[in-house]
Write a protein that binds this ligand. Structure first.
Ligand code: DX5
Ligand code: ZN
Length: 217
Protein backbone atom coordinates (compact mmCIF):
# COMPACT_ATOMS: atom_id res chain seq x y z
CA UNK A 1 0.00 0.00 0.00
CA UNK A 2 1.50 3.32 -1.10
CA UNK A 3 0.12 6.83 -0.79
CA UNK A 4 -0.02 9.89 -3.02
CA UNK A 5 0.67 13.28 -1.50
CA UNK A 6 0.41 15.91 -4.26
CA UNK A 7 2.47 19.05 -3.62
CA UNK A 8 0.71 22.33 -4.35
CA UNK A 9 4.04 24.09 -4.93
CA UNK A 10 3.37 24.51 -8.64
CA UNK A 11 -0.36 25.18 -8.23
CA UNK A 12 -2.09 28.42 -9.20
CA UNK A 13 -2.12 30.03 -5.75
CA UNK A 14 -5.00 32.32 -6.66
CA UNK A 15 -7.20 29.32 -7.27
CA UNK A 16 -6.19 26.83 -4.59
CA UNK A 17 -9.68 25.81 -3.53
CA UNK A 18 -10.64 24.54 -6.98
CA UNK A 19 -7.39 22.60 -7.30
CA UNK A 20 -7.71 21.06 -3.84
CA UNK A 21 -11.14 19.80 -4.90
CA UNK A 22 -9.56 18.17 -7.98
CA UNK A 23 -7.07 16.36 -5.75
CA UNK A 24 -9.93 15.10 -3.59
CA UNK A 25 -11.96 14.09 -6.63
CA UNK A 26 -9.06 12.00 -7.95
CA UNK A 27 -8.59 10.29 -4.58
CA UNK A 28 -5.32 11.77 -3.28
CA UNK A 29 -4.34 10.50 0.18
CA UNK A 30 -2.77 13.71 1.54
CA UNK A 31 -1.94 17.18 0.38
CA UNK A 32 1.76 18.07 0.67
CA UNK A 33 2.43 21.63 1.80
CA UNK A 34 5.90 23.05 1.13
CA UNK A 35 6.59 25.78 3.66
CA UNK A 36 9.76 27.70 2.65
CA UNK A 37 11.38 30.61 4.40
CA UNK A 38 13.92 32.02 1.94
CA UNK A 39 16.68 31.12 4.39
CA UNK A 40 16.87 27.34 4.63
CA UNK A 41 16.01 27.26 0.91
CA UNK A 42 16.32 29.98 -1.75
CA UNK A 43 12.57 30.39 -2.18
CA UNK A 44 9.66 31.70 -0.12
CA UNK A 45 6.23 30.12 -0.35
CA UNK A 46 3.64 30.49 2.41
CA UNK A 47 3.27 30.21 6.16
CA UNK A 48 0.78 29.62 8.93
CA UNK A 49 -2.13 31.81 7.70
CA UNK A 50 -2.21 30.15 4.29
CA UNK A 51 -1.86 26.68 5.81
CA UNK A 52 -4.83 27.44 8.06
CA UNK A 53 -6.91 28.52 5.04
CA UNK A 54 -5.94 25.38 3.12
CA UNK A 55 -6.89 23.23 6.12
CA UNK A 56 -10.32 24.87 6.10
CA UNK A 57 -10.73 24.39 2.35
CA UNK A 58 -10.00 20.67 2.04
CA UNK A 59 -10.90 17.38 3.64
CA UNK A 60 -7.48 15.93 2.80
CA UNK A 61 -5.07 15.31 5.68
CA UNK A 62 -2.07 17.65 5.61
CA UNK A 63 1.50 16.48 5.09
CA UNK A 64 3.48 19.59 6.06
CA UNK A 65 7.09 19.81 4.83
CA UNK A 66 8.85 22.56 6.76
CA UNK A 67 11.82 23.90 4.81
CA UNK A 68 12.56 26.54 7.41
CA UNK A 69 15.29 27.26 9.93
CA UNK A 70 14.41 26.72 13.59
CA UNK A 71 11.13 24.87 12.91
CA UNK A 72 10.77 24.24 16.65
CA UNK A 73 9.66 27.85 17.09
CA UNK A 74 6.43 27.42 15.15
CA UNK A 75 5.48 23.74 15.30
CA UNK A 76 2.41 24.43 17.38
CA UNK A 77 0.91 26.73 14.76
CA UNK A 78 1.24 24.04 12.12
CA UNK A 79 -0.23 21.33 14.34
CA UNK A 80 -3.80 21.83 13.16
CA UNK A 81 -6.54 19.22 13.62
CA UNK A 82 -6.11 18.36 9.90
CA UNK A 83 -2.32 17.95 10.19
CA UNK A 84 -1.25 14.32 9.83
CA UNK A 85 2.53 14.67 9.41
CA UNK A 86 4.89 17.42 10.48
CA UNK A 87 8.19 17.00 8.66
CA UNK A 88 11.30 18.94 9.66
CA UNK A 89 14.72 18.92 7.99
CA UNK A 90 17.57 17.29 9.87
CA UNK A 91 19.84 20.02 8.47
CA UNK A 92 17.64 22.73 10.03
CA UNK A 93 17.48 21.29 13.55
CA UNK A 94 20.15 21.83 16.19
CA UNK A 95 18.37 19.49 18.59
CA UNK A 96 16.59 17.03 16.35
CA UNK A 97 15.63 14.63 19.12
CA UNK A 98 13.98 17.42 21.09
CA UNK A 99 12.12 18.70 18.02
CA UNK A 100 10.81 15.22 17.18
CA UNK A 101 9.55 14.84 20.75
CA UNK A 102 7.84 18.24 20.46
CA UNK A 103 5.97 17.10 17.35
CA UNK A 104 4.82 13.95 19.14
CA UNK A 105 3.77 15.93 22.22
CA UNK A 106 1.53 17.95 19.88
CA UNK A 107 -0.18 14.69 18.95
CA UNK A 108 1.20 14.60 15.40
CA UNK A 109 3.17 12.07 13.39
CA UNK A 110 6.82 13.04 13.13
CA UNK A 111 8.82 13.03 9.91
CA UNK A 112 12.41 14.03 9.23
CA UNK A 113 13.60 15.09 5.79
CA UNK A 114 17.12 14.64 4.40
CA UNK A 115 18.67 16.67 1.60
CA UNK A 116 20.22 14.68 -1.25
CA UNK A 117 23.77 15.00 0.12
CA UNK A 118 22.90 14.15 3.72
CA UNK A 119 23.82 10.65 4.82
CA UNK A 120 21.22 8.28 6.28
CA UNK A 121 23.54 7.72 9.24
CA UNK A 122 22.47 11.04 10.84
CA UNK A 123 19.20 9.27 11.69
CA UNK A 124 20.76 6.19 13.32
CA UNK A 125 19.71 7.05 16.87
CA UNK A 126 16.36 8.68 16.09
CA UNK A 127 14.86 6.20 13.62
CA UNK A 128 12.80 4.28 16.23
CA UNK A 129 11.06 7.56 17.12
CA UNK A 130 10.06 8.45 13.57
CA UNK A 131 6.78 7.87 11.76
CA UNK A 132 8.26 8.92 8.42
CA UNK A 133 11.57 9.67 6.71
CA UNK A 134 11.38 12.02 3.74
CA UNK A 135 14.17 11.56 1.21
CA UNK A 136 14.69 14.55 -1.04
CA UNK A 137 15.39 13.43 -4.61
CA UNK A 138 16.07 17.05 -5.68
CA UNK A 139 17.64 19.92 -3.78
CA UNK A 140 14.75 21.52 -1.88
CA UNK A 141 13.35 24.85 -2.97
CA UNK A 142 11.65 24.41 -6.31
CA UNK A 143 9.25 22.19 -8.18
CA UNK A 144 9.92 20.68 -11.59
CA UNK A 145 13.56 19.72 -11.02
CA UNK A 146 15.35 16.68 -12.34
CA UNK A 147 15.42 13.53 -10.18
CA UNK A 148 18.90 12.94 -8.68
CA UNK A 149 19.88 9.39 -9.64
CA UNK A 150 21.88 8.54 -6.50
CA UNK A 151 18.55 8.62 -4.63
CA UNK A 152 17.78 5.10 -5.86
CA UNK A 153 20.56 3.64 -3.73
CA UNK A 154 19.55 5.77 -0.77
CA UNK A 155 15.97 4.46 -0.90
CA UNK A 156 17.17 0.85 -1.05
CA UNK A 157 19.61 1.44 1.79
CA UNK A 158 16.93 3.00 4.00
CA UNK A 159 14.46 0.23 3.20
CA UNK A 160 17.15 -2.31 4.16
CA UNK A 161 17.82 -0.58 7.48
CA UNK A 162 14.08 -0.53 8.15
CA UNK A 163 13.79 -4.26 7.59
CA UNK A 164 16.94 -5.12 9.52
CA UNK A 165 15.84 -3.09 12.52
CA UNK A 166 12.21 -4.20 12.30
CA UNK A 167 10.96 -0.61 12.19
CA UNK A 168 7.83 0.61 10.47
CA UNK A 169 8.36 4.26 9.59
CA UNK A 170 7.15 5.24 6.13
CA UNK A 171 9.56 6.32 3.40
CA UNK A 172 8.41 9.46 1.61
CA UNK A 173 10.05 10.61 -1.60
CA UNK A 174 9.99 14.21 -2.79
CA UNK A 175 11.20 15.61 -6.09
CA UNK A 176 11.00 14.52 -9.71
CA UNK A 177 8.38 11.83 -9.13
CA UNK A 178 6.34 11.00 -12.23
CA UNK A 179 4.17 8.30 -13.78
CA UNK A 180 7.24 6.70 -15.38
CA UNK A 181 9.35 6.19 -12.25
CA UNK A 182 6.56 5.58 -9.70
CA UNK A 183 6.35 1.79 -10.07
CA UNK A 184 10.13 1.33 -9.74
CA UNK A 185 10.24 3.69 -6.77
CA UNK A 186 7.51 1.70 -5.10
CA UNK A 187 9.47 -1.52 -5.69
CA UNK A 188 12.55 0.15 -4.17
CA UNK A 189 10.64 0.85 -0.94
CA UNK A 190 8.86 4.21 -1.25
CA UNK A 191 5.53 4.43 0.60
CA UNK A 192 4.52 8.07 0.22
CA UNK A 193 4.89 9.76 -3.16
CA UNK A 194 5.07 13.53 -3.35
CA UNK A 195 4.25 14.76 -6.85
CA UNK A 196 4.10 18.42 -7.75
CA UNK A 197 4.65 19.12 -11.40
CA UNK A 198 3.53 15.67 -12.48
CA UNK A 199 0.07 16.37 -11.06
CA UNK A 200 -0.30 20.11 -11.55
CA UNK A 201 0.89 20.20 -15.17
CA UNK A 202 -1.91 17.83 -16.17
CA UNK A 203 -4.88 19.14 -18.12
CA UNK A 204 -7.13 17.03 -15.90
CA UNK A 205 -5.60 16.86 -12.43
CA UNK A 206 -8.19 14.51 -10.99
CA UNK A 207 -7.49 12.05 -13.79
CA UNK A 208 -3.72 12.37 -13.22
CA UNK A 209 -4.21 11.55 -9.54
CA UNK A 210 -6.21 8.48 -10.55
CA UNK A 211 -3.39 7.43 -12.92
CA UNK A 212 -0.90 7.66 -10.06
CA UNK A 213 -3.21 5.73 -7.76
CA UNK A 214 -3.60 2.91 -10.27
CA UNK A 215 0.20 2.43 -9.97
CA UNK A 216 0.40 2.91 -6.21
CA UNK A 217 -2.61 0.98 -4.99
C1 DX5 B 1 10.77 20.86 -3.42
C2 DX5 B 1 9.51 20.46 -2.71
C3 DX5 B 1 8.68 19.48 -3.44
C4 DX5 B 1 8.23 19.90 -4.82
C5 DX5 B 1 8.28 18.70 -5.69
O1 DX5 B 1 11.58 21.56 -2.56
O2 DX5 B 1 9.79 19.93 -1.43
O3 DX5 B 1 7.59 19.04 -2.65
O4 DX5 B 1 6.95 20.43 -4.86
O5 DX5 B 1 7.99 19.08 -6.96
P1 DX5 B 1 8.12 18.14 -8.23
O6 DX5 B 1 7.24 16.96 -8.00
O7 DX5 B 1 7.66 19.01 -9.34
O8 DX5 B 1 9.57 17.76 -8.34
ZN1 ZN C 1 8.11 18.92 -0.31
Amino acid sequence: MAYLSPSILTADFADLKTQLKKLEEGGADFVHLDVMDGSFVPNITFGQPVVRSIAAATSLPLDIHLMIVRPELCLEEFALPQTEYLVVHEEACLHLHRTVQQIKALGKKAGVALNPATSLSVLDYILPDLDMVLLMSVNPGFGGQKFIETTWQKIRDLDKVRREKGLNFLIELDGGVNLKNAADLKAAGVDVFVAGNAVFSAEDMAQRVREFQSILK
